[in-house]
Design a protein around this ligand. Structure first.
Ligand SMILES: [Zn+2]
Length: 171
């Protein structure tokens, strides 16, 4: 009986921890869970838990994404990737200097607003102060500048995993 009791308690505790992480809203429409979820990390058992600096950065990104959501007529945004630990970034073939590793980037789509190119063009035409805006092959990447650095407001297009970056947002 004693063993059964112990075994019952452990999952409940870990369940609560998972629950609180999943439902921790960084801002009204973005949670810490969606900004740190990584399918690759889950599949390969890699750690993608953010430290305090990254968590603070993710809050900045979420606040930034609220501006983008407003720009996109308040349509729901689906986050593909936010924070990626160095391990996870390496596993997905990300650039070593990726803003994702600092929790300062977000890959997303907004199907109810339009295709990624339409989303990227809307952000390009806005006064939203991104550091990098990249139309990727199937989603949009936005990155913020690290603290103390000026935003470059750089817009690029990458048509495939193998393609070079082109300047501007190209359909
Ligand atoms: Zn990205």
């Amino acid at each position: 009986m004693q063993n059964v009791g112990r075994m019952n308690r452990a999952p409940i505790t870990s369940g609560n921890l998972i629950w609180s992480r999943r439902t921790l809203n960084l801002t009204p429409h973005f949670t810490l869970e969606e900004m740190t979820f990584s399918e690759v990390a889950a599949r390969l058992g890699l750690d993608n838990t953010p430290g305090p600096t990254v968590t603070a950065n993710l809050k900045l990104v979420a606040t930034f994404m609220e501006k983008i959501r407003t720009l996109l007529c308040d349509k729901p945004i689906v986050v593909h990737s936010g924070y990626r630990s160095a391990e996870v970034n390496g596993a997905v073939g990300g650039v070593a200097t990726s803003a994702h590793c600092h929790g300062l980037a977000c890959d997303f789509v907004c199907p109810a607003f339009g295709a990624p190119v339409e989303v990227a063009l809307a952000i390009l035409k806005s006064d939203i102060g991104y550091d990098q805006l990249i139309l990727e092959y199937g989603w949009v990447h936005v990155g913020l500048a690290q603290e103390g650095l000026l935003s470059r407001r750089e817009a690029l297009t990458k048509r495939s995993p193998w393609a070079a970056y082109e300047t501007g947002i190209k359909a």
